[in-house]
Write a protein that binds this ligand. Structure first.
Ligand SMILES: [Mg+2]
Length: 218
């Protein structure tokens, strides 16, 4: 093969490689995803999905209450489980801005997620202890308590917040907290949250996963 022909073959090979499909495809456009999420919420599909999970949780609590037992406890996460930050998320374009988040929490005006508030009410009616287990830090406690009272969910056995300086993930913190509650004698019959990290790690008879396409908490 002549030297010129070799250069031609190598050159063609490079050109074909360069024109081939890239190994990593272009991700979905972020604005398009945000628009899709708004449609999901505003169409009522989000609420329907929440209600379906809440219905399952309610059915389980009815059955479990009939079985009876001491110190039966239901654990609820807060953000995007019992309370909705939708208006704040919208305002922030789905971004997390620490200072703005603090102002939002202190305003204590987040509305309830209605189907889950119904589960909370049912849990209290059936005599379960309710414990709120949140990744919100201790410094958010006052605003959180005020918000819980404002939505009529002030009747709980404990609000467990993450220590301000904790470095562990929300998931690790929550698993350890449930283990501690069990060691103290609570029988956790249900654990309800919107993040996989709310529910991983055991220490609950049943878990209930609500939808959350807005953010991911490890
Ligand atoms: Mg949450």
């Amino acid at each position: 093969m002549s030297r010129h022909l070799i250069f031609l073959v190598v050159g063609l090979g490079w050109a074909v490689g360069a024109w081939a499909a890239p190994a990593v495809r272009e991700p979905a456009n972020l604005d398009a995803l945000k628009a899709e999420i708004r449609v999901y919420v505003e169409s009522g599909a989000y609420r329907e999905a929440l209600a379906a999970v809440a219905l399952e949780a309610a059915a389980w609590l009815e059955r479990r209450a009939a079985q009876g037992g001491p110190r039966l406890t239901v654990i609820f996460d807060l953000d995007e489980t019992l309370i909705s930050n939708w208006s704040h998320l919208q305002e922030m374009g789905f971004g997390y801005v620490p200072g703005a988040w603090t102002i939002w929490v202190q305003a204590a005006r987040a509305p309830a997620i209605e189907p889950v508030r119904e589960v909370y009410r049912l849990a209290r009616r059936l005599g379960f202890a309710v414990i709120f287990l949140t990744g919100r830090p201790e410094r958010d406690r006052a605003g959180t308590e005020k918000n819980l009272r404002a939505i009529g969910c002030g009747d709980y056995a404990a609000l467990v917040c993450k220590p301000d300086e904790a470095r562990e993930t929300a998931g690790g913190f929550k698993t350890a907290a449930r283990a501690r509650l069990e060691a103290e004698g609570h029988v956790i019959v249900a654990n309800i949250g919107d993040q996989a990290s709310d529910l991983a790690g055991g220490h609950a008879e049943k878990t209930f996963k609500l939808p959350n396409p807005f953010y991911l908490t490890p």
